[in-house]
Write a protein that binds this ligand. Structure first.
Ligand code: NAD
Ligand code: DAU
Length: 345
């Protein structure tokens, strides 16, 4: 493993993973391949470009562009593919499912086909706990559970997983898949709940909690997730999937209370609004397979939330220009027509 092709490396998790790879493996070269959608930002990697001019390369490209993918594989003698590239936000998938089908399904297929034709390159797929659907009772999702996605985003990611497995079974492509819980930390686009709520609160705007706020999520720190991906990439069993999360969920309301306390802002900023369509009430991962591989998270969900809040407080240079750009039209589209609930539903 030497020339690693990281798709979506200009996005939130991808840029943190690229930092980890370059710092940890002095003999690796990293080729970030990214379309630079609204979520992909070169400023996420500006320190990387300055620190590793000889081992880091950026190529702007679409994973759905087979010619460009093949040409980039050849030019940089790529031997490993890590696919982060995706449309990643559930609310956007409700507004515009087609973009998700295109990138998360078709784009995954194009990468798999390119990896197969290039001589069965090592391929790692970044997936999500959302492919299991919402989880009832005391169950925790294990990697062998049937996939039961419920949003257009989750359905696209689950289709991607099925194609990745099919390429392993049919063509012997050496694949692994990791399914991560909710990531939080530096460089997350402020459409996702925690950066949205922190940046709203810093501007004394209300925090739009969907429905009753009793939905359960496992908020994990992004660097813990990246360390898990690194471990699966290097030590995972070929053909297998791995759940990555803390294994501990909390309600969204509990998350908001920690966030407001860390900021020293009042609970009166909470505003319950009309729920997300088809909202998954609970995700819950069984992470014992990762623990047995030798991984464990450094951050509890509460520590991850507090560290994330502090990053946004300290890095206004990063999010203020975003909030005043494309983001504003998106925010109006999703939130301006949303009914405000009189009390907690
Ligand atoms: P993100 O939206 O921040 O970044 C996505 C990146 O992919 C951006 O840089 C974007 O420009 C790029 N991209 C989008 N379409 C592309 C295309 N057609 N060709 C090339 N590049 C393209 O997403 P993220 O939160 O960093 O998520 C990364 C991956 O991790 C995704 O596959 C997502 O499904 C998965 N995941 C995310 C989370 C989470 O909590 N954020 C949890 C589990 C899994
Ligand atoms: O679980 C992993 C997934 O986590 C990833 O695969 C996705 O890429 C990522 O976006 C995330 O999906 P969620 O839908 O769980 O994350 P989001 O930050 O959008 O929402 C988290 C919870 O907060 C969810 O229950 C919905 C709620 N929420 C979200 C927003 C944006 C609100 O209550 N209000 C909001 O304004």
């Amino acid at each position: 493993m030497q020339n690693i092709f990281v798709t979506g490396g200009a996005g939130f998790i991808g840029c943190n993973f690229v930092r980890l790879l370059l710092a940890k493996y002095p003999d690796y070269r990293v080729i970030v391949y990214d379309k630079l959608t609204y979520a992909g930002r070169l400023e996420n990697l500006q320190d990387v470009a300055a620190q590793y001019p000889d081992r880091y390369t950026f190529v702007q490209g679409d994973i759905c562009d087979a010619d460009k993918v093949n040409e980039t594989f050849q030019r940089y003698d790529v031997d490993t593919v890590v696919n982060f590239a995706a449309e990643s936000h559930v609310d956007r998938s409700i507004l515009d499912p087609e973009a998700f089908l295109r990138t998360d399904v078709m784009g995954t297929y194009i990468l798999l086909e390119a990896a197969r034709k290039a001589g069965n390159l090592r391929y790692h797929q970044i997936s999500t706990d959302e492919v299991y659907g919402h989880i009832h009772g005391d169950h925790k999702s294990v990697e062998t559970d049937n996939l039961a996605p419920r949003s257009p985003y989750a359905a696209s990611k689950a289709s991607g997983d099925h194609f990745v497995n099919a390429y392993h079974i049919t063509y012997g492509l050496p694949i692994t898949i990791s399914r991560g819980a909710n990531n939080i930390g530096p460089f997350q686009y402020p459409e996702k709940v925690i950066p949205l709520f922190v940046t709203n609160a810093l501007q004394d705007m209300r925090l739009p909690v969907y429905g009753d706020g009793q939905q359960m999520r496992d908020y994990q720190y992004v660097m813990d997730h990246c360390q898990g991906i690194d471990l699966v990439l290097h030590k995972g069993v070929i053909g297998e999937s791995y759940n990555i999360g803390t294994g501990f969920e909390m309600t969204n309301l509990a998350m908001v209370e920690i966030l407001l306390d860390e900021l020293g802002k009042p609970r009166s900023l909470i505003q319950h609004v009309e729920d997300r369509q088809g909202h998954d009430r609970r995700y819950s991962l069984d992470v014992r397979k990762m623990l047995s591989l030798g991984w464990e998270p450094d951050y509890s969900p509460e520590e991850a939330i507090r560290a994330t809040v502090r990053w946004y407080v300290d890095n206004r240079w990063w999010w203020e220009p975003i909030r005043s750009g494309e983001f504003q039209a998106y925010y109006d589209r999703v939130y301006s027509q949303r009914a405000v609930l009189p009390t907690a539903a």
